[in-house]
Design a protein around this ligand. Sequence first.
Ligand code: PMP
Length: 447
Amino acid sequence: MEAQSRRQSEAEFARACISLAGGESSNARVHSGQHPTIIDRGEAGRIWDIDGNMYVDLLLAYGPLILGHRHPSVVAAIEAQIRTKGAIFGMPHRLSPRVAERIVSMVPGIELLRFANSGNEAIITAMRLGRFLSGRPGVVKFEGHFHGWGDSVFADHRPGLEEGHFPIRPRSGGMQAGFLQDLFHAPWNDIEALRQILDDSDLRIGVVMMEPVMANTGVIPPRPGYLQAVREECTKRGVVLIFDEVITGFRLAPGGAQEYFGVLPDITVLGKIVGGGLPLAVIGGSRDVMKPIADGRVFHGGTYSGNPLSLSAADATLTILQEQADTIYPDLFATTASLGKSVRESAAATGVPVQVHVVGPMLQIFICRDGEQFNQIVDYRTAIKAALPKRFLDLHYRLQNLGVYIHPDQFERILVCTEHTQGDLDTAANAINQAFKDMVAENGSTT
Ligand code: PMP
């Protein structure tokens, strides 16, 4: 198939680079290789670039758009708020308790919460609260898990294997090593490794923080019983457990991964879906856990925290997710499972070695080295051993030319939304099948 023209994207990106540092406002959006595709608009499960090319959108803005682009109820709520009330007041607002109550009624581990603007901010607050509650400075995070780019947490979450165990190094220039001195890496899905770190009294661990489904190294589920075991080890030692549900919140279930797996953290962080496409995040927990924030011993604030415009989008989105949960979640699960099944069938038919991971409405295709396809990817280490990011990037470009947009990075994820039509999903499945065929025809072995 002839490549679509992206001339206007190319010209516009060149223009952007003159006034915008690096041409974009997030380093995560610019990738080596081609110029980025510049987007004009979205509708339901599709997006259009400025050259007029249409794509089935399986990126969905990295996660917030579980109801797709411009969902009529969300648009109506935002419109009503801005037209008849206003965007921001810097004073208590009637939407705050309304949305807070809805979240409390949905997420089992939250009795009391605070709004923030991004996952990033909420994580920084959650770590601060966790350290205060435990009275210990040490924080364990897991290899391959991502929790934003704050100075206290932005360790390279994808260390090289050659560096031995648990390297922690600043992921950005300008971060002094001391910022991360009480942060430790553990391999995920390995309860014994975690026990050893928790038992090392020199480390003074007070907080364990994880994505309950690893969604920043592809999509990797917790082993059966792992979350429960982590919960027990933390409880035994008075260690505060944080679930970063920025991706899994409202996605795996109305109450997120904690509802889906039946394991409650001490502190929950929510982002992405909670704001219905506008900036909003949450730090929440039991009344006792949240008390230091409520009484001001642990500081949290922000001009835009809990701003009414974001809360209006949140209100509309969460109302739909809660009231229609009985159909929305089974449908999303079924759609994702069926896409996963067709990817596996295409891989088997074409001989492309893949592991397809499906966890509820989250999916990732790991394109693996020949002979490695039967090795289980269970954590970051097994993922980088088995997967071929360059091959995945090739898949990304091929799918883009076939009208399907997935993130170029092997270690991101494919998402579906409630507004994808059967036609969109068929387009995606057929494009993946075609791309696999072309890859084998052009490159033969994938190694
Ligand atoms: N936690 C996780 C698990 C994430 O995936 C991300 C961003 N993708 C963040 C935190 C940071 O969230 P934000 O981009 O809203 O600051």
